[in-house]
Design a protein around this ligand. Sequence first.
Ligand SMILES: Nc1ncnc2c1ncn2[C@@H]1O[C@H](COP(=O)(O)OP(=O)(O)O)[C@@H](O)[C@H]1O
Ligand SMILES: [Mg+2]
Length: 281
Amino acid sequence: MSLKSKTYGIFCTKGGVGKTTQGANLGAILADMKQRVLLIDADPQQSMSRFFELIESAPYGLSQVYRSASTAGCISNTVIPNLDIILNDDKGSEGKIPNFLRESILHFQHLRHALEQLSEYDYIFIDTQGASGIIQESVIMAADVLLSPIKPQILDSREFIHGTIELVNKFKPKPGFHSITGRPMPPVKVLINLWDRTTTATEVSNHLRCTFDKETDGHVTVLNTVIPTLKAYSEAAGLGIPAHRHEPSREGPTRSALDTLLELVYELEPKLYGIKPEWNA
Ligand SMILES: Nc1ncnc2c1ncn2[C@@H]1O[C@H](COP(=O)(O)OP(=O)(O)O)[C@@H](O)[C@H]1O
Ligand SMILES: [Mg+2]
């Protein structure tokens, strides 16, 4: 049992970049590596809530976590051992959660307080909607690290660089003041997803590395692991199974989902180096 979980907020102002897919798959491979993992669906579109089948559904979901600043009665169990989830029960952008957050600045801390009371998880992954908003800000406050998937495309990356630098600056405390959240902006790790082996993708990736390193004092870094575009990820999602289980190996130059996700885990969490995922087929 770990004392404090490490919380990853999955955040990118764009949709369709693989936040839900890669967040759910990272959670699942870690669970198969015997880590205790909690997924939290903070996207009103509820795609993480539907990603894996449940064996037991809790009476409450995320809106109760915000309301009560506690996860009691809110944690559902997926069919994957070691993998639990807090379901999103608040459909629509004008739902209960944004209204509750607008009532008081104190409510922003509720998610973080709820998660701080948990000691039974090694890792928590919070999925968010591809936009900046009030829920995303409360997730940033609860996160130790932000994981930001991005497609290596020129137009996407310009907007992404601009938005991310703006966000980091917003959270950076002015000299002599506390940051607006009372804690520093968590470090941002950019994950290049849907990489397609073209020159453009390589150039965009290098440009992202260079710009973030120069302009954020190392606060935003681009991970070495890149996730290629591979049918396995969408196929596995369609079947409701983790991508590493669906494609443990493959022929050809592109690495299998298992190899890529394992490389990603070792890069994010070097202390897990050498542990291999295991599951019952
Ligand atoms: N590396 C990948 N290769 C192929 N398809 C992918 C990959 N990553 C994500 N996808 C697919 O792209 C679509 C969008 O992904 P999703 O995770 O829903 O993005 P987001 O949560 O950022 O909106 C989904 O259909 C998903 O299956
Ligand atoms: Mg999503």
